[in-house]
Design a protein. Structure first.
Length: 297
């Protein structure tokens, strides 16, 4: 049971930062950016490349996150700001094209073979009968600290109030003297940093590979929609529910049904669980569990 809870927490950490950035940015620019999960993939390869060049691991992850934030901001300014003039549907289609270009670029530079970080072997940490790595522990702790910091900024600072005002009523916020462009650019940069950080830390366990973004696409969007697109706190709750569902699916013993002792679904069925939750959410709670309206998807 303890291992089940830890696996759920670890999977939540995999999804939370990327889902948070996606939902936070949607609240301001009002279109679902499919390329957002590929920013996480780029962050993973940047961290691997910087670390391979000789930088300490922590420095490599931080630099990769910053560079991913700059890449996200550059794509937003050069591409999505122009596409949004044609409407959110055009921008969403454009984000699919950007996603493919990013994957093709990484394939051309790094190849399709997974790149594993060169790290010394350490014994796994244990709590009772549960086992996990030190990298996973640091990932969870970092995620919890950043989520707490985000809540503090969002609800207890002037910047957070400005973000909420701009998300709720852009016209009124602009008339009140808020710099919508500067605030949107700042949130875009931060969302890219969060995606890069999430991808970098995830790659410490799985390696940097081109399918990392595709593997995250369904669960991240399912979590964001489940929590209500544009509702960052709801998105984190959605990530927890998706992680719980995926962990349950892959831990159910179907052995008694087939006269065997142990029969489990393969890990590849995780995506099927995310797709099922996404479908059910769209059918019964299209505005999310927290009733935030999903506009122009």
């Amino acid at each position: 049971m303890l291992q089940f809870l830890i696996d759920t927490l670890l999977r939540t950490a995999d999804l939370a930062l990327i889902t948070l950035g996606l939902s936070m940015l949607y609240g301001l620019i009002k279109f679902p950016n499919i390329a957002h999960v590929q920013y996480a993939m780029c962050g993973a390869f940047l961290a691997y490349g910087i670390h391979s060049a000789g930088a300490p691991l922590i420095m490599a992850v931080v630099l990769a996150s910053i560079l991913t934030g700059l890449l996200t901001l550059a794509i937003q300014l050069l591409i999505f700001d122009r596409l949004l003039k044609g409407g959110p549907a055009i921008a969403m289609i454009g984000s699919l094209a950007v996603s493919m270009v990013l994957v093709a670029s990484v394939l051309g530079i790094a190849g399709s073979f997974p790149h594993m970080f060169s790290r010394p072997y350490t014994e796994p940490l244990t709590i009772g009968d549960a086992r996990f790595s030190s990298a996973q522990l640091w990932f969870v702790l970092t995620t919890l600290v950043l989520l707490a910091l985000f809540v503090l900024v969002l609800f207890h600072t002037q910047v957070g109030r400005a973000m909420r005002a701009l998300a709720c009523n852009p016209a009124l916020a602009d008339a009140s003297g808020l710099s919508a462009t500067r605030l949107t650019n700042g949130v875009t940069f931060i969302s890219g940093m969060l995606a890069g950080l999430g991808g970098s830390m995830l790659s410490l366990s799985t390696g940097a590979h081109v399918n990392l973004g595709y593997d995250l696409l369904l669960p991240v969007f399912a979590a964001a929609i489940l929590g209500g697109l544009g509702n960052p706190i709801g998105a984190v709750a959605g990530a927890l529910l998706i992680a719980l569902t995926e962990t349950v699916v892959t831990n159910i013993n179907f052995g008694p049904l087939f006269g065997e002792t142990l029969v489990f679904l393969p890990v590849s069925y995780i995506s099927a669980a995310s797709f099922l939750i996404l479908l059910l959410a769209l059918l019964f709670k299209p505005y999310g569990l927290f009733d935030r309206e999903v506009r122009r998807v």
